[in-house]
Ligand binder design. Structure first.
Ligand SMILES: Nc1ncnc2c1ncn2[C@@H]1O[C@H](COP(=O)(O)OP(=O)(O)O)[C@@H](O)[C@H]1O
Ligand SMILES: [Mg+2]
Length: 328
């Protein structure tokens, strides 16, 4: 296979529509979502190559029922490992909580749509289906409670759930300590349901199409979730938080390890051109440039074999794909 310039920069489609070229299949990690559901999950699970020491760190966290806090540069494999853990230990679908500066613990536990419930009640009152003084038989408070990723991870179940709390260094300052509280208890209250006269109320979970009956407004795990927290090291965390995590710093990568990772994703790639790409990538890393493994995978995927025979074009593409990410 060789480099096909699908786009030529003319804006003119071929007069014969049947001549329109068919795009090549996407790289395995860029398949569309429906396909990815199964393919890429399996792919990430088997292509992941844990760095030395990481397997011990995961096992320590599993034994001690503590969250694993992974720190390291962007693209060093922090967010991906949980897929391997979850698949290997059969923990089901990984729950994701992606942190931003606006993330709150409350939202990750559950959301209660009070307004939506009032509107529905008013509508039924208008239609004569409910009285204004509470006698509303169609009122279903559970329909307005939606558990978030953390709330869902704390539901009781036979197997622990896998939860990724991604980029916790982006959070508001208090979030790590608040999170700790919930994790120490392994449970939390939903006051809106606790106050309700009905005991068991079905609420939606973060799993598609799965509801769970919550008794007396209290959610309590029976197995502590397997939690991976990731941080790009944008800030430090309070000591009480660190004390309760198993911490692991993703180490710098060697040529051998990088080659191994590339081979895991793209099959055996003995060619010297690939070795040159890995070397170039490593040199950038060692020079303190901020480059991520995804970039190396992109470069190897596009430039492998005799894909791009033109030397100058090849060099330009390589420079573009392996360009540093600034401070990440
Ligand atoms: N040890 C590894 N083995 C296999 N693939 C890896 C490894 N580390 C990183 N990758 C690949 O690099 C990409 C970025 O990894 P990711 O977990 O998103 O990094 P981070 O969360 O540290 O920014 C993913 O496509 C992942 O599959
Ligand atoms: Mg990540």
């Amino acid at each position: 296979m060789s480099w096909t310039p699908y786009y030529r920069g003319t804006g003119v489609p071929p007069t014969n529509r049947t001549k329109l070229p068919k795009l090549p299949p996407p790289p395995p990690w860029r398949a569309p979502a429906q396909q990815q559901e199964t393919d890429s999950r399996k792919d990430a699970a088997i292509t992941y190559r844990p760095v030395p020491g990481l397997v011990d760190a995961v096992n320590a966290a599993l034994h001690l029922r503590r969250p694993l806090l992974l720190t390291g540069r962007a693209g060093s494999g922090k967010s991906t490992i949980i897929r391997q853990i979850a698949t290997e230990l059969d923990l089901g679908e990984v729950l994701h909580w992606h942190i931003t500066s606006r993330s709150t613990l409350a939202d990750a536990l559950y959301r209660y749509d009070a307004l939506g419930r009032i509107h529905a009640h008013n509508l039924r009152t208008l239609n004569g289906k409910a009285g204004p003084h509470g006698n509303d038989h169609e009122d279903d408070i559970g329909a307005y409670v939606q558990l978030g990723p953390l709330g869902t991870a704390l539901l009781p179940g036979e197997r622990p759930r896998a939860l990724l709390i991604d980029e916790i260094d982006k959070s508001d300052l208090d979030l790590p300590s608040d999170l700790l509280d919930v994790l120490e208890r392994g449970g939390f209250e939903i006051p809106e349901l606790a106050r309700h006269p009905k005991r068991g109320i079905q609420a939606s979970t973060a799993d598609k199409d799965r509801k769970h009956t919550i008794e007396r407004g209290w959610v309590q795990c029976t197995e502590f979730p397997v939690i991976v927290l990731t941080s790009n090291g944008e800030r430090d965390f309070p000591a009480p938080f660190l004390r309760r995590c198993i911490r692991f710093e993703m180490p710098t990568l060697s040529q051998e390890r990088l080659t191994d990772i590339v081979a895991a994703h793209l099959g055996d790639i003995e060619e010297s051109a690939t070795a040159a790409l890995v070397q170039n990538f490593l040199k950038k890393l060692n020079d303190g440039e901020y480059v991520a493994i995804d970039q190396l995978l992109n470069a190897v995927y596009l430039l492998r074999g005799a894909h791009v025979p033109d030397v100058d074009q090849r060099q330009r593409l390589e420079d573009m794909l392996l360009r540093g990410l600034g401070r990440g």
